[in-house]
Ligand binder design. Structure first.
Ligand code: GLY
Length: 593
């Protein structure tokens, strides 16, 4: 393996790349800084609204659902009780979230899922959005070649071709037990009759009112007719109910053809977007081979590209696997230092090597070599932080060649689904398709709009993730299932943009290395490093002051922010019960029977 890795750059190349990296660092940092200010404002609600980090784990015998909204969790539990399997509950929860959690639950976006049957068969599905056929590499650059930041983030041009409905149809076709219509019906009812808004939702909808007005001149149900939304108000979405009825009755054709396809095409015409009826007709979710890694006796089953999440997770686990984390203890200075240095190196690889596998040869095998990841940690300096300017993506000998939501479900037979889905940032591109009543994504911002330029999450990318017609944009989503001794052990995942992989990583370590139960592992405060910007994002109270001071003395820069990740997870206990972890950072709720 050593022969295939050349981390030693020639001096000339090193100087050039360091200079370029410094420029990128400054640009990316400044860009991310502006975005982060927005982020911090959004998360202020969370910190105020969310007490409850002392939440206790619940246990269920026959099946469990953990999702971002109590109504969606209730729908999933009902389906399981009726005799539906984990896939049936997944379809029902997915559509229910599209109604009750419009900021991220969606039919206007996409996602990824990992499935593990009770017998141990595994599968993964990529229902990520695609660039429209008319998309082009420089579509978000001005005449000088500079990025026009808002264009990939807000409004019609930011939308990729949605994948959710195709994904759910294919999933149900292969593994579903109950009838399709029965699974979409609860979402139809919730849209038609309405559901009560939570305090957090009210805050968000009121905060974003002017954005909804700007992008929906013809009106949307998300804007209250008079005054401000209040906690407990009923949100009725009649247009969305009609869309759900069409999906319920016609399946795939109810969304990608006919009435809804016409509404999308008209919306694109009105706002200057690119998605055509042809794009919709041509969209198909893809079954992919899951990534399988090992960590301390656990088999880690996780998402391959088009998400970077699975590769990054396994790389981070391999990078820290030789260090005595449990001896050092949870969030001890050595533990944090090793995890941060692993994260830094893995995110550098992500920026260079990861992209849509249908368009780019991802060096998956090389990145997942334990020897490679161990060698990347060889230059860890215990006395001082490694500056990100000194870390580049690994080089291989060329062979020819921040909103999302996650839910976890287990049924009484032991089938499990881990699903993460998104319209990218909270409420996507703010465009609600007139007539069809659902929000569109702003997923195009997950492409690298220009080499080295940071996206909303401060992530940078290069050629691997450049825009091309019909290409899927790189994701960080990391739906994951762990197996131990041939049996289901954990179902885990989270939203959080660039923090997804590190949040899943930390949650797994919290259980495997630090002996926490599922809810404790989810409650635990987190930190995050993504190579650039070169800093450790940290939730308040994640580290003891003396630990933080020790690390600061070594050159680590800390950046305080609220609400890293919203992990929803299930752990199978030694007794065989399903122990849940529902994230207190949101309205996330566990249920079961
Ligand atoms: N839109 C966030 C992600 O896919 O990583």
């Amino acid at each position: 393996m050593q022969k295939t890795i050349s981390q030693k750059l020639s001096n000339k190349f090193k100087v050039k790349t360091l200079f370029a990296a410094a420029l990128i660092l400054n640009f990316g940092y400044a860009n991310a800084q502006v975005e982060k200010e927005k982020d911090v404002k959004a998360f202020e609600f969370l910190s105020k609204a969310n007490k409850g980090f002392d939440r206790k784990a619940q246990e269920f015998k026959n099946g469990a659902v953990v999702s971002a909204h109590p109504e969606a969790t209730a729908v999933g539990v009902e389906i399981l009780k009726k005799g539906g399997n984990a896939v049936d509950a997944t379809v029902a929860v997915k559509f229910a979230l599209a109604v009750v959690y419009p900021n991220a639950g969606n039919i206007g976006g996409g996602g990824f899922l990992i499935y593990r049957s009770a017998k141990g068969d595994i599968a993964s599905m990529d229902f990520r959005e695609k660039a429209p056929a008319l998309a082009s590499k420089d579509m978000y650059l001005d005449v000088n070649g500079d990025p026009i930041s808002e264009k990939s983030k807000e409004g019609h041009l930011a939308a990729g071709v949605p994948g959710t409905v195709s994904g759910m149809v294919e999933l149900h076709k292969k593994y579903g037990k109950l009838k399709w219509a029965e699974l979409v019906e609860p979402a139809y009812q919730l849209a038609l009759k309405g559901f009560k808004l939570t305090k957090q939702q009210v805050n968000e909808l009121n905060r974003l009112k002017s954005k909804f007005e700007q992008f929906n001149p013809l009106g949307t149900a998300l804007i209250k007719a008079e005054g401000k939304w209040e906690e407990g108000d009923l949100l009725v979405q009649t247009e969305l109910a009609n869309t759900m009825r069409l999906i319920r009755d016609k399946g795939r054709a109810g969304f990608y053809e006919g009435e809804v396809a016409n509404y999308i095409a008209e919306e694109m015409k009105r706002g200057g977007g690119l998605i055509s009826k042809e794009d919709l007709k041509n969209y198909h979710a893809a079954w992919r081979k899951p990534i399988v890694g090992n960590y301390k006796g656990y088999k880690v089953i996780t998402m391959p590209p088009t998400s970077s999440g699975g590769i990054a997770l396994v790389q981070m686990l391999q990078s820290v696997s030789t260090y005595p984390l449990s001896k050092w203890g949870f969030n001890a200075d050595s533990t944090v230092q090793v995890m941060v240095e692993a994260e830094r190196r893995v995110y550098a690889d992500r920026a260079k090597h990861l992209g849509d596998p249908d368009f780019w040869k991802v060096p998956q095998k090389e990145l997942l070599e334990p020897a490679y990841n161990h060698s990347r940690m060889a230059n860890l300096n215990w006395d001082k932080a490694t500056p990100s300017t000194e870390i580049q993506a690994g080089e291989f000998v060329k062979k020819e060649s921040e909103e999302t939501t996650h839910f976890s479900i287990v049924d009484n037979a032991g089938n499990a689904v881990s699903l993460t889905t998104t319209i990218n940032t909270s409420y996507g591109n703010y465009v609600v398709v007139k007539g069809a009543g659902f929000l569109l994504n702003n997923e195009m911002d997950d492409f690298s709009v220009k080499p080295g330029v940071a996206n909303y999450f401060g992530l940078i990318g290069y050629e691997a993730n450049a825009i091309a017609p019909n290409k899927r944009m790189l994701s960080s989503m990391t739906p994951t299932i762990l197996e131990k001794d041939g049996k289901l052990s954990m179902v885990v995942g989270t939203p959080g943009g660039s923090t997804i992989m590190t949040s899943v990583f930390q949650t797994i370590l919290n259980v495997v290395d630090f002996g926490m139960d599922m809810q404790e592992a989810v409650n635990a405060k987190k930190f995050h490093h993504q190579w650039l910007p070169d800093r450790v994002d940290i939730e308040p109270d994640a580290l003891k002051p003396e630990v933080q001071q020790k690390l600061e003395a070594k050159g680590y820069v800390f950046y305080k922010r609220n609400g890293i990740g919203r992990v929803d997870a299930i752990l199978v206990t030694k007794k065989g019960t399903y122990q849940t972890g529902a994230d207190p950072r949101g309205d996330d709720t566990a249920g079961g029977w």
